[in-house]
Ligand binder design. Sequence first.
Ligand code: SF4
Ligand code: SF4
Length: 443
Amino acid sequence: MQTNFTPEQLLDPGVAESEKILRKCVHCGFCTATCPTYVTLGNELDSPRGRIYLIKDMLENGRAADEQIVKHVDRCLSCLACMTTCPSGVNYMHLVDNARAHIEKTYKRPFINRLTRALLALVLPYPSRFRLAVTAARFGRPLIPLFKSAAALKPMAAMLELAPKSLAAKSSYAEAGTHKAKTAKRGRVAILTGCAQPVLAPEINEATIRLLTRLGIEVTVPKGEGCCGALVHHMGREEAALENARRNVDIWTRELENGGLDAIVITASGCGTTIKDYGYMLRLDAAYKEKAARISALAKDVTEYLTMLDLPEAAYQTGVTVAYHSACSMQHGQKITRQPKDLLKAAGFIVKEPAEGHLCCGSAGTYNIMQPEIARTLRNRKVKNIEATGASLIATGNIGCITQIASGTRLPIVHTVELLDWAYGGPQPSCVPQAKPVLNIAE
Ligand code: SF4
Ligand code: SF4
């Protein structure tokens, strides 16, 4: 694509990067076919190509964002299906991140929209605040019909609907400390605790730590580590996202230098995509760019890391049929497609792949709160495809997808690692229907 930026405009590193990305796009439109918002809304401006034109126009003319561009960029899920499809290697992720940062700097959103976004940024990244908010949401539930009646308040209704009715107690596994290897030590990793996941599903990291320590891996939960920054990053709050990134880079670098780390194990693929991008996000920060690149290289989804280990034969053949939902951040963001399914199959599960597996479930960070109608349409389509597999259980690798899909189906949904922990001698996940495990002959 031809671009017309002035040399002065290109002095801005965000604009210079965007220009490089824009020049790669050849307008072919292949990406439209796999874009969930284009497939749902049928509007070119809600396709990757349409958004690319809007972003180009805004940046080239040095314009402040307007209502039209905000509407169509806000509707983008950042699912990155377009990056998987694009034959020209257009880095849509970095382009839309730059556009969101530009919008944040130049556009004044309506009051309720600003308030909702501020509330999300103030609460979600902090586990103690999030826990309080979920508890308080119980009292707000009767207001759902009222919130639904006003367009601007629909995100509030979605927030209350998505809040779980009960919460698990705080897990000791989320506390800083070291979990020693239970068999001959063969590695040491740090695990990301994160923000929303330890509140909503502490059992995910519990299963991960149990499984890894049984496999001879020492797992450390470093003190002070927190939200990866994805949430505010996707809101265009660049500085807040970089602050999160710098804090985590410092903490993991300290662990790396003191005890050594083979990997930083991540159990939420949305966070994994962002942490793997720390090297890029901090590329202009002389004090951090090298450290951040080192941390990004160490970041591994738990299934990626488990694939690198030589796993023993599973303790049981559960024979359970599982529909594997590949989160967008897993398949498009990190290009991890084979490992989770291979691990499940090797552990004795029968794995089914739902149709239209490339399409987002509508979760996408805070998307299911901010764009509840599109999110619900996508969720229902996803659930229909999953249920058509006839599986008795759903497995996935991202807490956002777990919450979103669970809100639309009666099928139990768990993190892939919970099933692997079970198959390799851990407890059966509580929501899994009674299975009759067959002890392996070797056991
Ligand atoms: S990130 Fe997803 S929703 Fe956004 S343009 Fe690409 S395919 Fe469409
Ligand atoms: S597929 Fe790639 S090159 Fe083609 S229009 Fe989409 S982003 Fe541009």
